[in-house]
Design a protein around this ligand. Structure first.
Ligand code: UD1
Length: 364
């Protein structure tokens, strides 16, 4: 029996590991698939609600590291994860995405000479001021096998001199979760709860340090949301980082009443909100992909994207950190100037099956 440990830490990891865990159930006789939660995200609404919604089992290991500076958080995860690896001696470690848990666990594994698979490899924003970019580059350098979501990833890895036989173009596990759970959105009551109607509201998520850590940017964002709320209701499920900063700078109360603020929202309710909105304003990575799959208009308030396929063929538009431009483009979209999009190659709901098959037949 082979043993695999998959790592989750922060909110966007849970929907990536859920389909992988499901896919490994087919190989139960040969593979024991275990889940380690680092505890990078720990609030019920940032973590447990996703385990419930995504039908994930309770993690086999919980490291409980919590928040801290980058070094504190990364270091604490490494210290705790090393104990798990020494005790369990797995045959393979799977990490996903680009959060601090991703690099911390792959680095720990590589120091113990244990092989790591990186799912969602090769994405590059080419902006090294983003902590995620550093996490992506380092993880791809030390992982033994790399699973790629879009063709830009193959090119980026090649340009970095990474050998082609480590790289597998498999598609997008986050889209697997979306496809699997879309039918459940029919049971969600979130539109009624928020008193909003299909295709008649704008959904907003913002949490990147570049948008929400400086007072000046936050004031511009509040102005942007207030102006858009004159046209449509705005739904803003607010990330703890953003809420803490709005509070600290004393500007939370400047938002118009038509900007509906909510706590972070669980997976099924959130994909219901994406599916039914008229437009999304975001700085998230995953939401650029989910909106492209669903053909929903998306404006990304960032200067770069590591997911260029969502702009090249999807419904995503990158407006930079220019909040005036964001407002102009948003108003154009609300006035009917919609971007047509297509679904990227291999975003078909079967990525995790491909990953499990490659791992069990070729890599173990
Ligand atoms: C992390 C990821 C980011 C990802 C995001 C998704 C890194 C470097 N960043 O950013 O790539 O897009 O998750 O949400 O890994 N907090 C809580 N409760 C929680 C978790 C966090 O209140 O359950 C607060 C704490 O004040 C913490 C702050 O949010 O200091 C930031 O959390 P952290 O995990 O450091 O980074 P995120 O901004 O969530």
């Amino acid at each position: 029996m082979k043993k695999i440990i998959s790592v989750v830490g922060a909110r966007p990891n849970f929907m990536k590991i859920a389909p992988i865990h499901r896919a490994f159930q087919k190989y139960k006789e040969e593979i024991n698939h275990l889940i380690c939660h680092t505890g990078q995200h720990y609030d019920e609404r940032m973590s447990k609600i996703f385990f419930d919604d995504l039908e994930l089992p309770k993690p086999d290991f919980y490291l409980g590291v919590g928040s801290g500076s980058h070094a504190e958080q990364t270091g604490a995860i490494m210290i705790e994860f090393e104990k798990v690896l020494l005790k369990e001696n797995p045959d393979l470690i799977i990490v996903v995405g680009d959060v601090n848990s991703t690099i911390a666990c792959s680095l720990t594994a590589s120091k113990l000479l244990l092989p790591t698979v990186h799912v969602e490899a090769g994405l590059r924003s080419f902006d090294r001021k983003m902590p995620e970019e550093i996490n992506r580059i380092l993880t791809d350098t030390i992982a033994k096998y790399l699973f790629v979501t879009e063709k830009s990833g193959i090119i980026n890895l090649k340009n970095e001199g990474i050998s082609e036989d480590k790289v597998f173009f498999v598609g997008n596990v986050m889209i697997d979760s979306l496809i699997h759970f879309l039918p459940k959105t029919m049971t969600s009551k979130i539109l009624d709860q928020l008193k909003i109607e299909t295709k008649n509201y704008v959904l907003v998520t913002l949490h990147r340090p570049s948008n929400v850590d400086e007072k000046e940017n936050l004031i511009s964002l509040v102005n942007l949301l207030n102006n858009i709320s004159l046209k449509r209701k705005v739904v803003f499920p607010i990330h703890p980082r953003t809420k803490n900063n709005l509070d600290a700078f004393g500007i939370l109360s400047s938002l118009n009443p038509d900007v509906i603020l909510t706590d972070p929202i669980g997976y099924i309710d959130f994909i219901t909100l994406i599916k039914n909105c008229e437009l999304i304003l975001t700085d998230s990575g995953g939401i650029q992909e989910e909106s492209t799959y669903l053909g929903v208009q998306c404006i990304t308030i960032r200067t770069t994207t590591e997911r260029p396929v969502t702009v090249d063929i999807g419904t995503n538009q990158l407006v930079g950190d220019d909040y005036i431009k964001a407002e102009q483009v948003a108003i154009e979209v609300l006035n009917g100037k919609r971007k047509q999009g297509k679904i990227p190659e291999k975003w078909d709901g079967k990525t995790a099956e491909r990953i499990a098959e490659i791992i069990s037949y070729k890599l173990l």
